[in-house]
Write a protein that binds this ligand. Structure first.
Ligand SMILES: Nc1ncnc2c1ncn2[C@@H]1O[C@H](COP(=O)(O)OP(=O)(O)O)[C@@H](O)[C@H]1O
Ligand SMILES: [Mg+2]
Length: 544
């Protein structure tokens, strides 16, 4: 459907093409902000990278500690071996001795940079008194405890010292002089960190590969996840650009968030579409009503002006003057009636116009029947009413309903046709029913009877010619306006009830009005009740 755009451009502003789908200049200015997809991906990668870095640092620290502990253990173990065992050598270890008796120093293992460092250390102790040697070594580390030894620019050595007894050197006479001695065992401290470089490199490569994989897979997954949103955005764009309110979001109703969002937007679109068409309908109705009202008022005005012009042109003979005056009076009366009825309808459209009080419908029905009998003694009007039926209602308006319905019987059925007024409780409300055994209405008239200004064929002819309606045998009945049943329906709606009608050719006509007994109608119910009412009477009219 196309969307109306009011002269004030209000509608267009709301749903019309605000732009051609391109981002506005402001949005363009902010276009540099990342898309949701890019932000999600960046966030994912940043988080994963952070996680990997933390994991890497923790692993490196833990592994480093483990390796250092292992090196210390190995150094300690090596220092505890027998002199021969030390000399036989353990992979990567070097050892040097200081004979405390002779002050001789030497290496127990083959030459190596580590051995040089150890040898330099023992040499620095050579010649010192025994106690001072122990003091110096004790300051470096406890007996058999690993310590770092750095001499000159040589690489640091992880070493441990121990003293050996004369007996212990006895068995190693071929490699060192016998007697009390100090032995220092060590291996390069860098051995502990030699694997770390490899581990860090492996971590970096694995992390990089993971991030690359994550970028590719994450981009694809996020793209897939956001695809419904993209499609929804283009549908929304379509609605904005073309004003096509019938368009709906695809993939609505799934269990996913996007499905639920699409369903919610569709419900909203349904509502918007519904209220737009309701507004269109009601605007159309108002226009039609205004056109009908002016048309109705024009007929009597034309007649009155016609007679006035005839009189001014002296075209009326003295014997024609009374008749002309009578016609002018009749038309003026008809106009007053029309204006009064229009005013009444306008008032009823405002739901606050009711003056509610406890009203006994039985009393009103009996009064109305008595009035009808007085106006038309020849017509049999039966009543079927309970002793009392009290409702909260606007009394004068209920009287008007009864007067309109009995007036219709008088106006649209032949004189003498019996009519019945019934009152009974139904559900939480009360029903006022007026039926007759007159000629009834055609199916078309029955469907349209409640429409404003709708008149049946006979009534229309009477209105056009300005004479009394066919049934009104006394000739005093005002001409038909087609507003009587509309007023009945508007009164029912204002009370929070409804009116319906069943009629068919030859079967008579029954009009029912249901109103709630108590005025518990909330504003919303009233609004609902005052909506254009088609179904009840239309359906009943089809099945008389
Ligand atoms: N009791 C009835 N019997 C037959 N036709 C009726 C009856 N009541 C109403 N109608 C038809 O319904 C039309 C609308 O009624 P109403 O709204 O009261 O307008 P009006 O009475 O001014 O014509 C009437 O013109 C008439 O054709
Ligand atoms: Mg009427």
């Amino acid at each position: 459907m196309s969307v109306p755009s009011g002269p004030d451009g209000k509608n267009r502003h709301r749903i019309g093409p605000a732009n051609d789908g391109r981002p506005s200049s402001r949005a363009g200015f902010r276009g540099r902000t990342l898309s949701l997809r890019a932000r999600l991906l960046t966030g994912l990668i940043a988080l994963t990278a952070m996680f990997l870095v933390v994991m890497g640092v923790v692993t490196t620290v833990v592994l480093g500690t483990l390796e250092r502990n292992q090196l210390n253990g190995e150094v300690r173990l090596a220092s505890r071996q027998s002199v021969n065992g030390i000399a036989a050598g353990t992979e990567g270890f070097a050892a040097a001795y200081l004979s405390l008796d002779s002050g001789t120093t030497g290496m127990l293992t083959p030459d190596s940079p580590t051995g040089e460092t150890l040898l330099a250390e023992v040499r620095s102790l050579s010649g010192l008194p025994r106690q001072e040697v122990f003091d110096k070594l004790g300051r470096l580390a406890e007996f058999e405890r690993p310590f770092n030894l750095t001499i000159g620019g040589a690489p640091t050595v992880r070493a441990a010292w121990r003293s050996v007894s004369t007996q212990a050197t006895q068995s190693a006479k071929h490699i060192m002089p016998s007697g009390t001695a100090i032995i220092i065992v060590g291996r390069p401290a860098s051995d502990a960190t030699s694997n770390m470089g490899g581990i860090v490199l492996t971590e970096l490569i694995t992390g990089g590969a993971l991030i690359a994989l994550l970028t590719v897979c994450g981009n694809w997954l996020i793209g897939r996840g956001l695809a419904p949103l993209r499609r929804m955005a283009s549908t929304a764009n379509l609605i904005t650009r073309s004003g096509d309110l019938a368009a709906r979001m695809p993939e609505a109703g799934g269990q996913h968030e996007t499905g639920r969002l699409a369903a919610a937007i569709n419900t909203m679109l349904d509502r918007i579409q519904h209220s737009f068409s309701a507004r269109l309908r009601s605007e159309e109705k108002v226009r039609q009503f205004a056109a009908d009202a002016s048309h109705e008022l024009r007929t009597p005005l034309t007649t009155i002006r016609g007679y006035a012009e005839l009189y001014r042109a002296n075209a009326l003979g003295p014997d024609e003057l009374p008749s002309a005056m009578r016609r002018i009076e009749q038309e003026a009366e008809r106009m007053s009636m029309l204006v009064a009825e229009l005013l009444e309808l306008a008032r009823l459209d405002r739901s606050t116009s009711l003056d509610l009080s406890e009203t006994d419908l039985t009393v009103l029905a009996r009064d109305a029947v008595a009035d009808a009998r007085a106006v038309e003694p020849g017509r049999e009007v039966l009543t079927s009413v309970p002793d009392s039926l009290v409702v909260t209602a606007d009394e004068p308006r209920i009287r008007q309903v009864l007067a309109n319905l009995l007036g219709n019987v008088r106006a649209h059925t032949p004189p003498g046709t019996p009519a019945t007024v019934r009152l009974y409780a139904k559900g939480s409300g009360a029903v006022i029913e007026v039926s007759d055994q007159g000629p009834g209405m055609s199916e078309h008239d029955a469907v349209m009877a409640f429409d404003r200004f709708h008149r049946g064929d006979g009534a229309l002819a009477a209105a056009v010619t300005g004479r009394a309606t066919p049934g009104s045998h006394d000739g005093t009945e005002a001409a038909s306006s087609g507003l009587g049943l509309s007023i009945v329906q508007a009164i029912a709606a204002a009370h929070g009830g409804y009116a319906d009608l069943s009629s068919g050719p030859g079967t008579g006509t029954t009009v029912r009005l249901w109103i709630p007994r108590r005025d518990q109608t909330s504003d919303s119910e009233r609004e609902h009740a005052s909506r254009p009412q088609e179904p009840p009477h239309a359906e009943m009219a089809k099945n008389p």
